[in-house]
Design a protein around this ligand. Structure first.
Ligand code: PLP
Length: 369
């Protein structure tokens, strides 16, 4: 068995660091005897609106539900097309398919985010919305995307699952479009103790509809005004997320420092770390590089006790589930090339400078740099 010197993520360390505060959250929530739809949930939603600058926040069960709730609330369904990116977690496309709409892909730029010029080419009379994904915590080019949305009268739903704490030209991710959706999955920077999600919007009607949908369409205990689902954020998770929101800036800044260290220490030209533009603040949920001979590099790193992950080897249009959409290899050359090269290096907030130096040296040694 390989002795893991640099793990990709270290959630146990997070527990050690936060044990006292987390236990206090458990004590507070469990002692008052109510666990669903309590004041903790309302408080967390208020903290999110304060943090992001959005007018409304509605929490829910996870980031995938947040996407589906957004699509439902905007009336997107059968016969509609939603333009999105082939570089994401399957949930972005899955949510579109689940409401009965058709996902339509547009290729990405070097920074892995959807290319606005490609979006425009994909618009048809059936297009209802654009769903950019702020991949790895870098906000897509929202000025250009919002301009296209406006020009063609399309909704914009930002899949901001990875971008809590990320900004574009001083504005928080998820607050540009009609709705921005977030995940609080354990691997995100703002993470619940299990699954969790939330969304933001400035549209009061949309927020109201989503509040109903996420709780069976119940206006009160005995009045169902529409059939909805059960997608509620647990009170305990709401309390933990409120506590962790206070630490988010610190988590992100420690991760950013690690990325800067990598930039300084990796000399090999065969591995590309997309640069940060002056107008963006990346939340670095992941630090995704694009590496020549990626699979060999990953095996070499593992030999050295360094864990890395591929996000993802299959672009969304080439999954078996996407077969009915009729895409083939060659349709999105940039996304496909990236899928062959992407490798996320460990950069979490508990790494030491020595560990990062060790990873960088191992990368350099692999390429002979
Ligand atoms: C880009 C993206 N969209 C959607 C999701 C779905 O979020 P969740 O896992 O909370 O359902 C994720 C989470 O992994 C994600 O990374």
């Amino acid at each position: 068995m390989i002795d893991l010197k640099v793990p990709f993520i270290d959630l146990q360390q997070r527990f050690i660091e936060e044990r006292e505060e987390l236990m206090a959250c458990v004590e507070r929530v469990l002692s008052q005897g109510h666990l669903v739809m309590t004041q903790e949930v309302t408080d967390f939603e208020k903290h999110v609106t304060d943090y992001t600058g959005a007018k409304h926040c509605v929490s829910c069960g996870n980031g995938t539900d947040a996407l589906m709730l957004a699509l439902w609330a905007l009336g997107i369904g059968k016969g509609d097309e939603v333009i999105t990116t082939p570089i994401s977690f399957v949930a972005s496309t899955g949510s579109i398919a689940h409401v009965g709409a058709t996902p339509v892909y547009a290729d990405v730029r070097e920074d892995q985010n959807i290319d606005p010029a490609e979006i425009e080419k994909k618009i048809t009379p059936r297009t209802k919305a654009i769903m950019p994904v702020h991949w790895s915590g870098r906000i897509a080019d929202m000025d250009a995307i919002m301009a296209i949305g406006k020009r063609h009268n399309l909704f914009v739903i930002e899949d901001a699952a990875q971008s809590m704490g990320a900004y574009y030209k001083g504005r928080h991710g998820g607050t540009f479009g009609n709705v921005g959706t977030f995940s609080a999955h354990p691997l995100k920077n703002l993470n619940a103790i299990g699954d969790g999600g939330f969304l933001v919007t400035d549209d009061e009607d949309v927020a109201k509809r989503i509040r109903l949908y996420r709780n069976h369409g119940l206006q009160d205990r005995d009045t169902c005004v529409m059939y909805g689902v059960n997608s509620r954020l647990d009170s305990l998770n709401a309390e933990v997320l409120s506590f962790r929101l206070g630490r988010l800036a610190d988590v992100i800044s420690r991760r950013q420092k690690n990325v800067e260290l990598y930039r300084a220490r990796i000399k090999a030209k065969q591995i590309y770390i997309p640069p940060c533009q002056t107008y963006e603040k990346n939340s670095f949920v992941m630090m995704i590089t694009q590496a020549e001979r990626r699979d060999e590099l990953q095996a070499h790193l593992l030999q050295k006790g360094i864990q890395s992950l591929v996000y993802y080897a299959t672009p969304l249009h080439l999954h078996k589930a996407a077969a009915r959409l009729g895409y083939k290899r060659g349709d999105f050359p940039k996304a496909e090339q990236q899928a062959d090269q992407v490798l996320a290096l460990p950069h979490h907030q508990y790494l030491t400078e020595q560990q990062i130096g060790y990873v960088a040296d191992s990368v350099n040694a692999f390429y002979g740099a």
